[in-house]
Design a binder for this molecule. Structure first.
Ligand code: MTE
Ligand code: MOS
Length: 759
């Protein structure tokens, strides 16, 4: 176990694949080449709603180099994908088009250019329908139904205590409505899949993706073949952030169907425009908050009503709806809570998983309201948060009680301790610059918990040379989970990091572990690796004890040797032990599982034990705004998170910085703009993603409140900072300008206009 002296757990480690990634040696899907490989390119609808009357392929098929044009009627399976009910999404639109970026046909050709050109020469007669473009329109009783089951994708309520009674007792009630807009994942690498048929009914799918088993399942259904004939290999993936589930599935199914029809390898690679218009975005939202407190600042009631614009298909809207519901009350101990959250269909690009899963949206709203309440109470914003902060033993909004690892108070205290120093810096040119500081607190549930499946399988195998091979069914999309898994195995088996290899996910060689979402890899995946490694360690220890002629309790595995506790000088190299263990038939490979405890959860009221842990955090952002141009400069950003235990502190910093920057983008820069259902900025010239110049001056503060459900006490950190940074930014702008902005993004233009209006 990781004692104080561990050189692996808790020590900054280079990413095990870092060199390959930065030198470009690592092969991504689009880099792959196979003999006779051909290319697919989808024809998209181009209008947000319509009835498909006719799709004429003839002209396209006549173009030299074009091999196939596939439409819905050519598909061998049900033409349906989806994650949770309602499964409502076709691979290719059949009768009706529901968003402008929707695929209606796939062209396959010798080159990608030919396929792209040919896709435009398909004659598609689509009779336009009046598009349903906003949540309000969609909810009108007379609205046209986007799906046969109506325009509501998913709706749930959370009921804790009696919110009406709570408000009756409140001395102060604040109330407001907030909005957030659509955000694009903007990963470096666009979506890509390549399917290789083996000629015998088996296929191999290489994909830039997040959840390989999910893809495999859908391909099998849509090809009408057993899942065992489909092998999905997650190639190196240049970012996913929740964005490569549905779309990789759609592309994988289409490429697989084409590959079988032609018996050739088929590659589909999205260009940036397809990446933006064709697949899921972060849900836009409108959120009404009402908060009641005593005059001492104790919050006693919170009522939240959330509307999410989910676009044309359900995708992961059900999960996002649930997450908004569960997190809307914030990281506070509140007796009476009522939340209603509804995802609604519109004729726009569908929305789904995106780093934070709805938590950034509600956190922005909730934390804005906290500041409004603080100002009504004439109370310091951190003091108000501290007064209401969840502590060990308190009940969350779902009534779940954590006895351990509720480190929120510590994160607030750290920020409180640092703020004077930051705020005492001399202000320059105050005539021009408006200075402000914003705070936010947040929680984010780790793992799927009662929302879905929460099982991870991990294998650990020791070879005769003492090297270690780890296989987990969760994918590394850049977050560094393979490095974390390697650390856990290395620690348990007493070998150096260089001796450990972590498999690329391949559905034939790792166990189905569900989707790689909800920051669950370190916690649930790490726990599975820990267990598997311990089993293999038992074999090695047993063997070494025989070799030392001693009892097993006396043996330690350390630094690549088996040695004795009391006598470090007596030691046997691990390869000798492993070889002997092999010859004796002691198992050197183990498959272990980590499963969240059976949830006791009521999906009607959303009361009960939902997650195995929460990450808690407090952010502070110090900014200044140029009153003449609206330009914002972030002077200091501090993110303090309780993540149980930092397995790889360097990885944690990377995640905190990256996620915070995404939150900053959401809050200040990014917005997918629509005009009558057509995205107006499907490129990085017009859609502003924060670049290296906008890099935040983030200071990461790691708080370690040991979490018993994670390996060595760890909890995930991949998503939580998005919410913290976005909310702190909004509060900093309000502090600097004296104007409360109710909608994200709060761009420079928006700020300037408001400042002018104020004069
Ligand atoms: N970091 C990088 N570099 N690339 C990614 O795609 N995805 C994020 C986060 N950090 C992502 C990332 C999302 S949405 C999630 S849920 C977590 O990583 C998943 O990984 P974890 O379980 O290892 O935290
Ligand atoms: Mo992350 S949005 O949970 O994939």
């Amino acid at each position: 176990m990781a004692g104080k002296k561990s050189t692996i757990i808790g020590k900054a480690q280079k990413k095990i694949d870092g060199i390959e990634l930065v030198t470009g040696r690592a092969r991504f899907t689009a880099d792959l080449r196979f003999p006779q490989m051909v290319y697919g390119y989808a024809r998209r609808a181009g209008i947000p709603a319509g009835k498909i009357k006719r799709i004429d392929k003839e002209h396209a098929l006549g173009i030299p180099g074009v091999l196939d044009v596939i439409t819905a009627s050519d598909l061998p399976g049900p033409n349906l994908i989806g994650i949770l009910p309602p499964f409502d999404q076709p691979l290719l639109a059949e009768e009706e088009v529901r968003y402008a970026g929707e695929s209606i046909a796939l062209v396959v050709a010798e080159t990608r250019d030919i396929a792209k050109r040919a896709s435009l020469s398909i004659v598609a007669e689509i009779e336009p329908l009046e598009p349903v473009l906003t949540v309000d329109e969609a909810l009108k009783p007379e609205a046209r139904k986007i799906h046969p089951h109506g325009n509501i994708t998913f709706s749930r309520k959370l009921i804790k205590g009696d919110v009406e009674k709570g408000f009756e007792r409140a001395d102060i009630v604040v109330e407001n409505t907030y909005e957030t807009s659509f955000q694009e994942h903007a990963y470096l690498e666009t979506e890509a899949v390549c399917v290789v048929p083996h000629g015998d009914g088996r296929i191999t799918v290489y994909a830039s993706c997040q959840s390989p088993f999910h893809i495999r399942g859908h391909i099998a259904v849509n090809l009408n073949v057993p899942a065992s004939r489909v092998k999905v290999i997650q190639a190196y993936t240049g970012g996913s952030f929740g964005g490569k589930d549905d779309v990789a599935t759609e592309m994988g199914c289409l490429a697989a169907i084409a590959a079988i029809r032609l018996n050739r390898a088929v590659m589909i690679v999205h260009d940036r425009e397809e990446s933006i218009i064709g697949s899921n975005l972060r849900h836009a939202s409108r959120i009404h908050y009402k908060t009641g407190a005593t005059k001492e600042g104790k919050i006693i009631a919170r009522e939240v009503k959330i509307l999410l614009d989910g676009g044309a298909y359900a995708s992961e809207s059900p999960f996002v709806t649930m997450k908004t519901l569960i997190h809307a009350a914030g990281p506070y101990n509140i007796e009476n809570v009522f939340v209603e959250s509804t995802a609604v269909y519109t004729n726009k690009t569908y929305c789904g998983a995106f780093r934070g899963f709805g938590v950034p949206q509600v956190t922005f709203a909730s934390e804005s309201q906290m500041d409004e309440l603080a100002s009504e109470l004439e109370m310091d914003p951190l003091e108000l948060r501290l007064k209401n902060a969840l502590k060990a033993g308190d009940a969350t909004a779902t009534g779940q009680v954590f006895r351990k690892s509720v480190g929120l108070v510590k994160t607030i205290q750290v920020i409180d301790g640092k703020r004077k120093h930051v705020q005492s810096k001399k202000l320059q040119d105050e005539e021009r610059w408006l200075y402000g500081t914003g705070f936010s607190c947040l929680l984010q549930g780790i793992s799927n918990g009662a929302e879905g499946i929460d099982v991870v399988g991990a294998s650990v195998q020791v070879s005769q040379d003492g090297s270690v091979l780890v296989g987990v069914g969760l994918s590394d999309m850049g977050q560094g989970s393979r490095t974390v898994f390697a650390q856990v195995a290395a620690e348990v088996l007493g070998v150096s990091m260089e001796r450990v290899t972590v498999k690329q996910v391949d559905t034939e060689s790792v166990h189905d572990s569900g989707p790689t979402i909800a920051s669950r890899s370190t916690t649930v995946g790490g726990m599975a690796v820990l267990k598997a490694a311990q089993e293999v360690k038992n074999s090695l220890v047993k063997m070494a004890a025989l070799m030392f002629n001693t009892r097993e309790e006396k043996v330690v595995l350390k630094d690549g040797f088996a040695s004795l506790y009391e006598d470090d000088s007596a030691r046997i190299p691990l390869d000798k032990v492993a070889t002997a263990a092999y010859w004796n038939g002691f198992p050197l490979m183990n498959l272990a599982f980590s499963k969240a405890p059976d949830a006791n959860y009521d999906h009607q009221t959303h009361q009960g034990d939902i997650y195995i842990a929460y990450n808690f955090g407090t952010h502070m952002m110090r900014i200044r705004i140029d009153r003449y141009t609206g330009k914002v400069e972030v002077l200091k950003h501090i993110a303090a998170h309780d993540l149980g235990k930092a397995i790889n502190p360097q990885g944690v910093e990377g995640q905190v910085e990256g996620a915070s920057l995404m939150g900053f983008g959401l809050a200040h820069l990014e917005e997918v703009l629509y005009d009558r259902g057509i995205i107006q900025n499907p490129n990085f010239a017009d859609y502003a993603v924060p670049g290296i110049k906008e890099r935040l001056p983030t200071e990461t503060v790691i708080i370690e409140d040991y979490n018993p459900t994670g390996p060595f006490g760890a909890k995930g950190i991949g998503e939580p900072p998005v919410a913290g940074a976005a909310a702190a930014f909004a509060n900093a702008v309000a502090d600097a300008t004296g104007i409360r902005f109710l909608r994200l993004p709060i761009t420079r233009e928006v700020i300037l206009e408001a400042l002018r209006g104020k004069q």
